[in-house]
Design a binder for this molecule. Structure first.
Ligand code: FPP
Ligand code: MG
Length: 315
């Protein structure tokens, strides 16, 4: 209850896919190899990663000026950016309160503190690269590492830490998560060009509008320099006008740049599944492979010419 209570209630209306807690719990079960773990510690940690994720999305939507999220009006639209920021802060504080209860795993606390630092770094790095149309693939992957892949990897490693797994096991879980995270972000960036907002529960086309160069656009500019020349003629720090956005979107599709990005996502996905081979076989390992497979399962063979029909819901 109270003013923040109402805001939090709006949040609880649609909880998203719970990918991060799902990864943490599955990785913990996998790493435990049949040993019984203390479920309250697992659920606390799972709740903490989801709280951190939700806080980051609230703040991200303010930064990106996104109008909706998880099929609802974004919090800052309903309550104003000030209240939304504070609601995000509260969730973050609650997450770290859970993680620092007496007798909890100190390494897990430090890992998730580092995760939040990386999220902030990634977001600032991304801001600094806004309207940089000549962004390289390396720079793109660097942003993705900080803003997405590290967090997903941390959730997987957290499972290992909670299960008291060996360093080798934690390394394999982290490797799986890093590659899954990269694949996830590439798919997210493809859907910004090719997805349906109703299915994703969030707007599409935001990246161009925000002057964000992602993998499909990097590929277009590298293979069809005339488009790079066009955006270079824009005044500094401005988004392409609507007409040019439309032209670029079409060119990205027709040029096979979405297919190029999808192939990159599939390579990361395959690398994630490969990392699982170092871990004990069984139901949990199958579930992790399934999570990786779901990412691109719904894409047709080629993305040229038609929009994607993603049953996959991201973020
Ligand atoms: C979504 O990216 C956003 C992130 C992956 C990270 C956001 C992180 C911060 C705002 C830093 C602050 C962190 C905390 C914990 C308060 P996106 O914009 O590419 O994806 P979208 O299409 O879902 O918006
Ligand atoms: Mg965003």
């Amino acid at each position: 209850p109270g003013p923040l209570g109402e805001i939090i209630e709006q949040l609880l209306g649609n909880r998203g896919k719970m990918l991060r807690p799902r990864l943490l719990l599955t990785c913990a079960a996998l790493a435990a190899c049949g040993r019984k773990l203390q479920s309250n510690l697992l659920f606390e940690a799972a709740a903490a990663v989801e709280l951190i994720h939700t806080a980051s999305l609230i703040h991200d939507d303010i930064i990106d000026e996104a109008a909706w999220r998880r099929s609802r009006e974004a919090l800052h639209r309903s309550w104003g950016p000030g209240r939304a920021t504070l609601a995000g802060d509260l969730l973050l504080a609650r997450a770290f309160a859970l993680l620092s209860r007496p007798g909890r795993n100190k390494n897990l606390l430090l890992l998730l503190e580092r995760t939040v630092a990386h999220l902030c770094r990634g977001e600032i790095y991304q801001m600094d690269q806004r309207y940089r149309w000549d962004l390289t693939e390396n720079q793109y992957y660097r942003i993705n590492y900080y803003k997405t892949a590290f967090f997903i990897a941390a959730c997987c490693e957290a499972g290992g830490l909670l299960a008291g797994a060996s360093a080798g096991c934690c390394r394999a879980l982290r490797h799986y998560g890093l590659n899954l995270g990269h694949a996830f972000q590439i798919v997210d960036d493809i859907l910004d060009y090719a997805g349906y907002p109703e299915q994703l529960g969030k707007p599409v086309g935001n990246d161009l509008e925000q002057g964000r160069t992602t993998l499909p656009l990097i590929h277009l500019f590298e293979t069809q320099k005339q488009y790079l020349k066009l955006v270079r003629m824009l005044p500094v720090n401005t988004a392409p006008p609507r007409e040019l956005q439309k032209t670029l979107r079409e060119a990205v599709r027709k040029n096979g740049s979405l297919d190029y990005a999808l192939a990159a996502a599939r390579r990361k996905q395959a690398e994630a599944v490969k990392a699982l081979q170092q871990l004990p076989a069984g139901e949990e390992r199958r579930m992790l492979a399934q999570i990786a497979a779901e990412l691109t399962r719904h894409f047709p063979g080629t993305l040229g010419g038609r929009p994607v029909d993603p049953e996959v819901k991201l973020s």
